[in-house]
Structure formats: structure tokens, C-alpha cells
Ligand binder design. Structure first.
Ligand code: MN
Length: 407
């Protein structure tokens, strides 16, 4: 039997609104450590978005280094494979690749290339060993934007080039493997027909990919990028989902995925829940007039740790100090106020609600600069999409400027 733990979208280093999440991430690592102890997997696959930003805060990098080393010291036979997601800086992740290699952790940030610019495909193929014997093969493919993928004759769409690339790797593994060794593909992209959360931006979702080929070509496909844990099309194609809620749009249970293989074939997939140290809560559940809202906040359990989004139904003249009033209701409690989410009834007789005042900050938390540019382009060009080359260029510029801003 071969066993892996599949996880992704850690988003280490994120602040939840203005709250530092260091303690929550530490708690996640301790749960992960416990899970590895219980499950004793052969490999841990981390499929992108290790960090929340291209230039993560130093506390997040230090925690990652410390906790991964601790994990490897406690479980020396555990093989760890880490690939970059669209939130990670590929080159930063790759920078310490050789150090991690010494510890038995395979890191793939940038797509490895020869000095001539050819992709070194063999470096993406990772054998998983037990007592020197290969028991499985992993294709450690990081997040790939269009410009990174080799062209395919007569086919220039992102999905067709991505699928051709995986097929080539699959073929290469075929020459190396013996029967009974499962082939596991890692990836960080959007599959058509998956259930999205609002956090997912258009990056990596420029054109969605069909899940059928992955289901056929690989014994298991371990995906990152979509934060809601789910199978897509087939039980052997799966997003493990984020390990902590990254926004208020992720109220579902978070988990990592445990996959077992028998004689080269997938036998079982299980979720192991990661319990959040701090829950996300809407108070009240539905938008209510502010007086009722204040009552709900006063009644909120004093010792419950939670991030709170306050849902207010605006009526008549509104108080200019609602945020301060809400904050006062929570004084002395363990909960943290994040934002107000006010709506107004469209007309006195109507039941439908319109979003009234959402702070720019709230909007910008969920929209990437690329999204804004794409939207502006569509508006200026009667709905036409920005050419892919321009999108790739722009994305690169955005990533670079992000790095220089943070440095
Ligand atoms: Mn993510």
C-alpha cells in the first residue's frame, strides 16, 4: 500500500483584515504534524500557494522553514514535494531548493530549464521511495502561466498546451515505471465544472481545463488553486482546498486529503479536517437592522475566538459611527471585528436587497490588479478579451512590482 497526504493553498503569511495570523498557522502546522504521525504517509504533496504573497513576511518564512524541518526530523522517511502556486514567487521558492533537497524535500518553483532554455522535464519527475525501492511517481508541476508552456502545433489555447505538456511527462514516466507504481500528477490550475469560491481570481483561470484527461491519464491528480475541497468529474481528480479560511467566502470545513493506492491503483480517498483556531462568523446570520445587530453582538459568547463580519440592514438615517458602536459591543470578548457588510432594501415595498456601502478595501481584497485591467479592457473594447500575450506580460509586471514594493 502507498499512502500520500495531499494539501495545498496554505497561504502562509496572510493577515485576516488587520489581524496577524501567526498563531493560526502555527496551530495548522501542529495539526499537520499530528496527522502525519497518525497516517504515516509515504509522501506529503503541497500543491501551490504555500505563501500568500510573492514576498511573504519574514515570520511566515521562518515558521515555514522551522516547521518543515521539524516535520522531516520527526518523520525522516516522509518525502515532501512542494510546488509553487500563483501566489508564490517561483524564483523565491526555488532559491533555497538545493538546501531543501539535502533534507529530502523536493521544491519546484520555477520551471527548470537548461541554459539553452529547454524545459528539464526529468526534474519534474519525482520518484517516491520506500527502503530504496520506488513505490510511486509524482509529477511535480508548478503553476504555469501561458507564456511558460511550450507551443503545440495548430493548438494555441492554454488548456491544450497544458494537457500536451502533462501527456509528455506521462509518457516519460511510462518509460521509467514498473507495474504497481501509481503515477500522481500535481497541478495548480482551474478545472472546468469545479465549484469556485469568490477568492479565486482570474489568474490561472484564463481558460479552464477539462478534468477528463487527467482522470484517464493519472492514477491520481493532486490539485491546488480552488479553495473549496472537491472531486472534479472523478474521485481521482481532486482539490484538497485551503487549510484555513482565507476570506469570509470560505465558511466550509477545511481539510487535507489522504489517498491510498493498492497495486498501483487508487483505493481510497479520505478527508482529514483541519479545525480552525479562529472561526469566521457572520453576525447576525442574515442582514438585520442595526439595533438588532448590536444585540446579537452583545450576546456573542465572550470566550469564543472568531473573525466577525457584521451584517447590517440599513434603514433611514444611518449612524456614522456604526463600526465604533459594533466594536464597543464586542469589548472584552475574544472575537475580532473585521468589517461591516451593510445592505439597503431597494424600495420600501421590495424584499430584494442591494449592496450599499462596501469599503473599497473589502472589494480590493478579492480583486486582483489583473482582473481590474481585464475588466477595463473588455469595457473599452466592446467585450473583447485582452490578448493572452498582453495578459502574460501584464501579470509578470504585476508580480515584479509586487516584489519591489515589498522589498
Ligand atoms: Mn490559493
Amino acid at each position: 500500500m502507498v499512502k500520500i497526504i495531499h494539501t495545498s493553498d496554505w497561504h502562509l503569511g496572510q493577515n485576516f483584515y488587520h489581524y496577524n495570523r501567526e498563531e493560526e498557522y502555527l496551530d495548522f502546522f501542529s495539526q499537520l504534524h499530528q496527522l502525519v504521525a497518525e497516517e504515516q504517509p509515504d509522501a506529503l504533496l503541497v500543491c501551490g500557494d504555500i505563501f500568500d504573497q510573492a514576498a511573504p513576511p519574514t515570520w511566515a518564512v521562518a515558521m515555514y522553514n522551522r516547521e518543515m524541518v521539524k516535520l522531516k526530523q520527526a518523520f525522516p522517511t516522509l518525502q515532501v514535494v512542494v510546488t509553487a502556486g500563483n501566489h508564490d514567487s517561483p524564483s523565491r521558492l526555488s532559491a533555497s531548493r538545493v538546501l531543501w533537497q539535502e533534507l529530502g524535500v523536493t521544491v519546484v518553483g520555477t520551471l527548470p530549464r537548461t541554459p539553452e532554455g529547454c524545459i528539464e522535464e526529468e526534474r519534474l519527475i519525482v520518484p517516491i521511495r520506500r527502503n530504496d525501492e520506488v513505490v510511486a511517481w509524482v509529477l511535480a508541476v508548478p503553476y504555469l502561466y501561458g507564456g511558460n508552456l511550450p507551443p503545440v502545433e495548430n493548438e494555441d489555447s492554454y488548456p491544450s498546451r497544458l494537457s500536451a505538456f502533462y501527456k509528455r511527462l506521462r509518457k516519460r514516466v511510462e518509460g521509467m515505471r514498473t507495474t504497481g507504481q501509481p503515477v500522481i500528477a500535481m497541478g495548480h490550475f482551474t478545472l472546468a465544472n469545479c465549484e469556485l469560491t469568490e477568492h479565486t481570481t482570474i489568474i490561472g483561470n484564463i481558460e479552464a481545463v477539462s478534468s477528463d484527461e487527467w482522470a484517464k491519464e493519472f492514477d491520481y491528480t493532486a490539485l491546488g488553486h480552488i479553495h473549496r475541497p472537491q472531486h472534479v468529474g472523478s474521485p481521482n481528480v481532486r482539490y484538497s482546498g485551503s487549510v484555513l479560511p482565507v476570506s469570509f467566502d470560505e465558511p466550509f470545513p477545511h481539510s487535507v486529503t489522504v489517498v491510498e493506492f493498492e497495486e498501483g491503483k487508487m483505493k481510497q480517498v479520505r478527508k482529514r479536517e483541519i479545525r480552525p483556531l479562529i472561526e469566521i462568523c457572520n453576525v447576525p446570520d442574515e442582514h438585520r437592522p442595526f439595533d438588532e445587530v448590536k444585540q446579537s453582538l452583545l450576546e456573542f459568547p465572550a470566550d469564543k475566538r472568531a473573525y466577525i463580519r457584521v451584517k447590517v440592514l440599513l434603514e433611514g438615517i444611518t449612524s456614522p459611527i456604526m463600526y465604533e458602536e459594533a466594536l464597543a459591543c464586542l469589548q472584552g470578548k475574544a472575537a475580532s471585528l473585521c468589517l461591516l457588510h451593510p445592505v439597503r432594501r431597494e424600495t420600501a415595498s421590495s424584499d430584494s436587497l442591494s449592496e450599499e456601502v462596501i469599503s473599497d478595501w473589502e472589494v480590493l481584497q478579492h480583486v486582483s490588479p489583473l482582473d481590474i485591467a481585464l475588466k477595463a479592457y473588455r469595457e473599452k473594447n466592446s467585450g473583447e478579451e485582452m490578448p493572452k500575450e498582453a495578459q502574460n506580460c501584464l501579470q509578470q509586471l504585476i508580480e515584479e512590482s509586487r516584489l519591489s514594493v515589498n522589498e
